[in-house]
Ligand binder design. Structure first.
Ligand SMILES: NC(=O)c1ccc[n+]([C@@H]2O[C@H](COP(=O)([O-])OP(=O)(O)OC[C@H]3O[C@@H](n4cnc5c(N)ncnc54)[C@H](O)[C@@H]3O)[C@@H](O)[C@H]2O)c1
Length: 351
């Protein structure tokens, strides 16, 4: 099988690529990534020489390039992760989200349909999405697969729109598809604009820890390698046209998560317990900040047998260790040097 994974130089995509490369040596993995600010080939340098791996720098919005890629590599399946993914950036620059997440996804769908329409047997378009499409919960309740969409940020609206287009290509053109909507991920290689790596980095460097509002927003956290294993299960066993929620049954108020992060990181740094709490700085809340997300992932458990493998403290501990052991990765991301990796590694050999 020849699988196109989009966004494989990003946070979750790099874990998905590594998971598939190691677990399925019989598959050929083509990793397509535009290498935006969020794409970092250092995330996957350990597998770049694998015989079943090819990297292509490209843009999912470029229909001619996508057509050429599908033909050249005889793509059988797509696992689509490429996206603009940071809510704060979507508030300051919504159009790049609309272009990448909506037009980019529609472009890929159209090319997959064109290339596969004579024989859809054995083909699959897997769209990776977020629980944020469901909107915001109050103190109780969960998101189910049939919860009505109610996106409230430009990011979640663009992802919701892309989900609708995936279903439209399935119902209208018969494209075999599967979708998953996942809760917040954490783990190694996450760009330090997101809460957990940002705060670990700031605790290490004794910089302020900016907490939105009162810190009472609740998120359901999942270890990124568990997301990759769920994607594997859904890719192989998910039913055509179905959607699966993925979550960790692991809800945390931001402020409680931050205090746990401080406790664990201080301990690893040999600092007195809680000493970094003085770094907490409350800042004006994010516009339209969703109060609470919580996933019901029982369909995935009951139908496909997937459950998360890690408890939160264990996953968080592993994550902090990774950032402490990979200070060069962090420094390169913060300085922007990671963007030179492509040039150094590939020069202009791959377009
Ligand atoms: N991070 C989370 O907590 C989370 C949770 C649920 C779902 N998701 C979804 O999972 C996917 C991956 O999220 P992430 O956190 O790894 O994102 P990320 O921002 O770390 O990575 C996105 C990747 O997409 C690439 N990309 C962006 N525009 C592109 C384009 N036009 N063509 C090709 N590549 C392009 C970037 O270079 C980057 O490597 C996204 O679709 C996101 O919506 C993320």
């Amino acid at each position: 099988m020849k699988i196109l994974i989009t966004g494989g130089a990003g946070f979750i995509g790099s874990h998905v690529v590594r998971h598939f490369i190691h677990k399925y040596p019989q598959y050929n993995i083509i990793n397509l990534d535009l290498l935006t600010y969020a794409g970092n080939l250092e995330n996957i340098k350990d597998i770049e020489d694998a015989p079943n791996y090819t990297f292509v720098k490209g843009d999912i919005q470029d229909i001619d390039q996508m057509r050429g890629l599908f033909t050249k590599y005889e793509i059988d399946a797509v696992i689509h992760l490429a996206a603009e993914s940071h809510v704060d950036r979507s508030i300051s620059d919504p159009f790049v989200f609309i272009k990448t997440n909506v037009l980019g996804t529609a472009t890929l769908l159209q090319v997959a349909k064109e290339k596969w329409q004579d024989n859809m047997e054995g083909k699959l378009f897997y769209h990776v999405s977020t629980d944020e499409v469901y909107g915001s919960l109050e103190d109780t309740g969960l998101f189910y697969e049939d919860t009505a969409y109610d996106p409230r940020s430009p990011y979640s609206a663009s992802k919701a729109s892309s989900d609708h287009f995936v279903r439209a290509w399935h119902h209208t053109y018969g494209l075999p598809v599967v979708l998953s909507n996942c809760s917040n991920n954490y783990g190694a290689n996450q760009f330090p604009e997101k809460l957990i790596p940002l705060f670990i980095n700031n605790i290490i460097n004794e910089k302020p820890l900016p907490v939105y509002g009162k810190g009472i927003n609740v998120r359901d956290w999942l270890y990124v390698e568990d997301h990759a294993s769920a994607i594997d299960v859904i890719f192989h066993k998910g039913r055509n046209g179905e959607t699966y929620n993925i979550g960790g049954h692991n809800e945390w108020r931001n402020i409680d998560l931050i205090k746990l992060l401080i406790k664990l990181t201080d301990a690893k740094l040999g600092r007195p317990e809680g000493s970094s709490e003085k770094l907490i700085t409350y800042v004006t809340d994010r516009a339209g900040h969703d109060l609470r997300y919580a996933i019901d992932a029982s369909k995935l458990k009951d139908e496909l047998g997937w459950v998360p493998s890690l408890q939160f403290e264990e996953g968080l501990g592993k994550t902090i260790d990774w950032y402490l052991e990979n200070k060069d990765w962090l420094a390169n991301v913060i300085s922007g040097d990671y963007q030179k990796y492509y040039e150094n590694q590939y020069g202009s050999a791959i377009g």
